[in-house]
Design a binder for this molecule. Structure first.
Ligand code: 16G
Ligand code: ZN
Length: 534
């Protein structure tokens, strides 16, 4: 008897001797060894959809900020969240099954274990970034989907957050939680309208130059700009590094990862002093801002800065709308957040800060527990999310003065402007521009809210990174024994010292972070901790 699942797996046999892992952001490696993984992810997406009674699941083909020869795949849950952890484990196991028969057997085992009725419809939405390997890998995903008898929508090229948006829209269409129209046009309309409304006639100072990492964000931003108010009315945007015709240029000497890691503007940058710039990464789910001052000094405004700016603005709006008693705002960070940013939120903004492990899904889960959860990683991944009750409170609130009414209007527009499914570089940069316009700030005023503590990040190559086990949101090592005590001893020797070491979730290395009152002390502390770890 024909077995369509085994047949699909047969088309794309697994290379021998390779072990795949569904990591922090899905499977990610050299594109040439991903065919079998893609087909199997198609099968897992089918099962996940059927386990949720035919809800739409997303499959995004991207390797984000990785070099052009890499690719990857991640699955999206019905409301646009990252895949549930239990299913990450199943995905890993499926990706490592050796033969088509093993694949089919495991497919049926999962169905049995989770009481999945294989005759109910399954629905999957697929999209990809602009990598050259994307078309071939899409074919492999589609083979998996056909093998599992899935109804699918292929959105072609999208940014990662656009696919998350589509999935959320598809699953909420026609309900009271309807998120929007599940088309590209629907996405642009929703966010462009919210941008215009949130600005409330205010005009951002100067212009914004957006570096698109030569990725999918470039053409999508160009589409978005067509729907934004004109530059005379609102913001002048210059789109740079938007060449997707040359896939080998992706993320090369540009993009958010380049800027954050090298602490400098892309070499091609031609902007003048105090001109605002921001850089997206290859799939546009991450953004950092920066500028050069009058002395040509580079200043980075990273995810910590976006979080503090947004939290302070939303806090003001909630207060000015007369809702301070019923809505509490919190900020979620990781251990990489600069200590000065954390202090600013606690001491100056008087807001609660939670710290979680690295990776968007951990921050998102922590933020879901708050009325308004503003979460950002220092590297620029993040968004702000509003709980169900909070949305309800804001929708029903009756303003008692003109000032309350105006603040409430902006708050409501911000809810529409902030992508609730996942961190979205396009939505995030528009939000930053709205805040700066309302505060009448340029980048210098934004920068002057607090001074970053000098810090240093080092990558340490070790024999086996899996022996490094952490607790307390990765801020303390529990294994190998005795190492943490040695780190603590070094930290105590420097002023305002803080340091931690953790195994990377994306590279075969241990990362060491250190900060201190001076650059020399931070560098020295990082080197000493790296020596302890080696
Ligand atoms: C992934 C994560 C990112 C995290 C990074 C840490 C997502 C979508 N991406 O890129 O949030 O900051 O990994 O990398 O969750 P590391 O474990 O190598 O330090
Ligand atoms: Zn990304």
């Amino acid at each position: 008897m024909a077995d369509p699942v085994a047949e699909a797996a047969q088309k794309h046999p697994a290379p021998e001797g390779l072990v795949y892992t569904y990591g922090t952001a899905g499977f990610r490696t050299k594109a040439e060894v991903l065919d079998s993984v893609m087909t199997r992810c198609g099968l897992i997406a089918a099962l996940r959809s059927r386990a949720l009674k035919g809800k739409w699941i997303g499959v995004m083909i991207t390797a984000s900020h990785n070099p052009p020869e890499d690719n990857g795949v991640k699955l999206v849950e019905p409301l646009g969240n990252m895949l549930q952890e239990e299913w990450e484990v199943l995905s890993t196991e499926m990706a490592n099954k050796a033969t088509p028969e093993d694949v089919s057997q495991f497919y049926h085992e999962i169905a049995k274990k989770y009481n999945i009725d294989l005759s109910v419809p399954a629905r999957v939405a697929v999209a990809r970034d602009t990598r050259a390997s994307g078309a071939r890998l899409l074919g492999c995903v589609l083979d998996g989907l056909h093998g599992a008898g899935v109804e699918h929508k292929d959105y072609g090229f999208l940014t990662t957050p656009q696919l998350h948006y589509m999935v959320r829209c598809l699953n909420t269409e026609g309900t009271k939680d309807a998120y929007g129209t599940p088309t590209e046009e629907g996405y642009y309309e929703k966010f462009a309208t919210a941008f215009k409304t949130a600005l409330q006639g205010k005009k951002p100072k100067g212009s914004l130059t957006v570096d698109c990492a030569n990725g999918v964000g470039g053409p999508k931003l160009t589409e978005l700009i067509k729907r934004l108010p004109s530059k005379e009315e609102a913001l002048e945007i210059f789109v740079v590094n938007d060449d997707v015709i040359k896939p080998e240029a992706l993320n090369v000497d540009c993009g958010a990862d380049y800027v954050k890691t090298n602490q400098r503007a892309p070499p091609s940058s031609k902007v003048g002093p105090n001109d605002r710039c921001c850089s997206l990464d290859g799939d546009a789910d991450r953004v950092v801002f920066y500028f050069k001052d009058a002395n040509n000094m580079f200043h980075l405004l990273d995810g910590d800065r976006i979080a503090t700016l947004v939290a302070s603005f939303l806090g003001d709006l909630v207060r000015q709308s007369g809702l301070a008693d019923s809505i509490k705002i919190g900020v979620v960070q990781t251990a990489y957040a600069n200590g000065a940013a954390t202090n600013y939120v606690v001491d100056h903004l008087k807001l609660k800060v939670d710290c979680t492990a690295t990776g968007v899904k951990y921050l998102h889960h922590a933020a879901e527990k708050l009325d308004i959860g503003v979460y950002f990683e220092a590297n620029g991944h993040g968004t702000a999310i509003f709980s169900h009750d909070t949305l309800d409170t804001i929708a029903k609130h009756e303003p008692k003065s003109t000032a309350q009414k105006e603040a409430l209007e902006v708050l409501r527009a911000c809810i529409n402007l902030i992508n609730q499914a996942v961190g979205d570089a396009l939505s995030d940069f528009m939000l930053v521009e709205v805040v700066l316009a309302h505060k009448n700030w340029g980048p210098q005023e934004w920068l002057s809210t607090y001074n970053d503590l000098p810090n240093r990040l080092l990558k340490v190559l070790v024999k086996d990174r899996t022996i490094f086990q952490t607790t307390d949101a990765e801020r303390k090592l529990v294994k190998p024994n005795g190492i943490q005590a040695k780190i603590d001893e070094e930290v105590q020797k420097v002023r305002q010292g803080r340091s931690f070491a953790r195994a990377s979730g994306t590279e075969d290395a241990v990362r060491v972070y250190a900060e201190a009152a001076t650059k020399a002390e931070a560098d020295d502390l990082a080197r000493k901790v790296a020596k302890i770890v080696e």
